[in-house]
Ligand binder design. Structure first.
Ligand code: GDP
Ligand code: MG
Length: 310
């Protein structure tokens, strides 16, 4: 007979998986040493990943069409909630993440110290093995851009080695399909007052297939998301600053054209018109920035006053 009085802690590992037959077996075997259940989400891999995963003891969920990394994470969140998991740990199927660090990521969740734990390369004790320099630079740029729009100060915003509490599973909502999800989740967690913590880990790049994405496509998608989010949060900064630059350039060009007026009237028309256009564009950017900023402030105050939301 089952002992219903004994509550058991359930730790579930979630592995997004796309054509990882070379590594998935070893990863699952090692992960199972630290968790109760391993769930893989397969997005139509054309290799034997799913068969190997099942034979190594994982449950495999298949998407009929490719829903991207973000889609895989949505499925993992809903499966973990259905299983009533106390913690969900997400890691790559390609062997980049060190399974020996799983307990360090899970323990702040189980002790109630954090709801969202990130395995970080860039805090004391963490590092990356053989990460190409251009990837490191890209991650630094993305992290700087995302820290401009929030005061989170997360050092490694691009690590896919992450653990979530039950509360985080209930509260977090995300829409992104690709790697921009990394930032969307962090912002959502911040807005919902979830406790976020980074613990050091080593992420390897000397694996057979470390990435499905080129550094350029990863960088471009995530950076675009960071800038869009920044322009929604701080429109005056994003529009007003280039606006002021353009206005100043327009004014300088205008002055230059007027100085040459004495030489010939013909000289004035071309540069003068350009100066006016550039200046007007600058002014309208500033004006748009101001309008959006005050609309944002107005809506925020309204939400706080009416619903107590912040
Ligand atoms: N289910 C699913 N998994 C994916 C998809 N794209 C990537 N993955 C998996 O997500 C993890 C991270 O992807 P990876 O290409 O290693 O990204 P990177 O290491 O951040 O450059 C790996 O385990 C991939 O197999 C996808 O479209 N669907
Ligand atoms: Mg990888």
């Amino acid at each position: 007979m089952e002992n219903a009085a004994q509550p058991r802690i359930r730790v579930v590992a979630g592995l997004p998986m796309y054509n990882e037959e070379e590594t998935i077996g070893t990863v699952i075997t090692k992960v199972l040493e630290h968790v109760d259940e391993v769930i893989c989400v397969d997005d139509g891999s054309s290799d034997s990943s799913a068969r190997i995963a099942e034979s190594c003891g994982a449950k495999v969920h298949r998407h009929r069409i490719n829903r991207g990394y973000g889609g895989a994470l949505k499925t993992l969140f809903s499966v973990a909630k259905e299983m009533d998991a106390d913690a969900l740990i997400i890691l790559d199927s390609d062997g980049q993440h060190d399974t020996e660090d799983i307990p360090q990521l899970i323990s702040p969740i189980l002790s109630g110290d954090a709801d969202f734990v990130i395995g970080s390369r860039f805090i004391n004790g963490g590092s990356s093995q053989e990460m190409p320099a251009y990837r490191r630079l890209g991650i630094k740029v993305i992290t700087a851009a995302s820290n401009l729009s929030s005061d989170l100060d997360i050092k490694d915003t691009q690590s896919g080695f992450r653990a979530f509490s039950k509360l985080a599973l209930d509260r977090l909502r995300f829409d992104a399909e690709g790697m921009e999800l990394s930032l969307e989740m962090l912002e959502d967690a911040h807005e919902k007052n979830l406790k976020i913590k980074e613990v050091p880990t080593i992420i390897r790049y000397d694996v057979p297939k470390g990435s499905n994405f080129t550094a350029i496509s990863h960088g471009f998608t995530v950076l675009t998301w960071a800038l869009l989010s920044l322009s929604q949060k701080k429109p005056l900064l994003v529009l007003g600053l280039p606006g002021m630059g353009l206005f100043a350039a327009g004014a300088a060009m205008g002055l230059n054209a007027v100085n040459q007026f004495t030489d010939s009237v013909d000289y004035l028309v071309g540069p003068g018109l350009t100066a006016i256009w550039v200046g007007v564009l600058g002014l309208s950017l500033i004006a748009t920035g101001l309008v959006l900023q005050s609309a944002r402030n107005f809506i925020r105050h309204l939400l706080i006053r009416e619903f107590g939301l912040d």
